[in-house]
Design a protein around this ligand. Structure first.
Ligand SMILES: *[C@@H]1O[C@H](CO)[C@@H](O)[C@H](O)[C@H]1NC(C)=O
Ligand SMILES: *[C@@H]1O[C@H](CO)[C@@H](O)[C@H](O)[C@H]1NC(C)=O
Ligand SMILES: *[C@@H]1O[C@H](CO)[C@@H](O)[C@H](O)[C@H]1NC(C)=O
Length: 219
């Protein structure tokens, strides 16, 4: 009995102290980034050192899948379809019938992937007043102070992303999530160029986000 009371007070005392101190300090707690909605559609404008891309992003955590449809400026239209089991299909739908199948040690980016990011304060970007966070020296993330929508992010490489649309709850129809037949031929081995430009867009795999996974290892 006595030991139970003692262990309880061991728990409660530090708690009481920390509550006491936090109520004494006038500074409010740092804001935290809004978790991503479990399903959304977003059009993102990317700039990688002058190479421009428009990414049609269909984030679908509910169904364990994520789709980046990437238009390179006056160039290839690439499909980067990711499943939560770690398999990605990266392909074109033109006559070249290119496809790469990749296996990642991590699944689709979690809705709370920004948890644990360091708050850096407020800054205006693209004309929106934003809260800014940094995560593991990998990404700087800007979220609208009022609407809590993502506005912009920048990777440590200098690659930037501007969020043009953000439709919460939008879901791409099931038939569109089917990789083409030529992705399932084991003999297909395509050169790395397709793949390289896909990986360069960055915001897809959680490993890329957390820095546990080095993109250049794939080249
Ligand atoms: C960025 O582009 C410029 C001009 O094309 C090039 O000289 C430079 O090496 C590039 N920088 C990186 C980090 O790729
Ligand atoms: C992962 O799921 C996709 C879609 O269902 C499937 O095509 C692929 O073969 C799966 N990968 C593994 C390693 O099971
Ligand atoms: C990734 O790997 C490359 C080549 O091994 C290395 O030069 C680079 O510093 C690594 N980047 C990070 C962020 O670890």
């Amino acid at each position: 009995m006595g030991s139970k009371v003692k262990s309880l007070s061991l728990l409660i005392l530090p708690l009481a102290f920390s509550l006491c101190f936090s109520s004494l300090s006038s500074k409010p707690a740092d804001p935290t980034p809004a978790p991503w909605p479990h399903q959304f559609h977003s059009i993102i404008f990317m700039n990688n050192n002058g190479s421009l891309q428009v990414v049609d992003l269909w984030y679908d955590w509910t169904n364990g899948r994520n789709f980046n449809i990437i238009q390179n400026q006056l160039g290839k239209l690439l499909y980067d379809l990711e499943w939560d089991n770690g398999t990605s299909y990266i392909y074109t739908l033109d006559s070249n019938k290119e496809c790469r199948v990749l296996h990642f040690p991590v699944g689709v980016l979690r809705p709370n992937w920004l948890e644990g990011a360091t708050y850096l304060g407020q800054q205006e970007v693209d004309g929106f007043l934003c809260n800014v966070w940094q995560k593991v020296d990998f990404i700087w993330y800007y979220e609208d102070v009022i609407t809590k929508r993502p506005v912009y992010w920048v990777f440590y490489t200098g690659m930037t992303a501007h969020v043009m649309t953000f439709e919460v709850g939008a879901v791409l129809e099931d038939p569109k999530w089917q990789a083409p037949a030529y992705c399932f031929k084991e003999s297909e081995k395509k050169e790395n160029t397709v793949f390289k430009s896909v990986v360069s867009h960055g915001l897809s795999r959680e490993g890329l986000m957390t820095g546990s996974f080095n993109v250049s290892m794939l080249y």
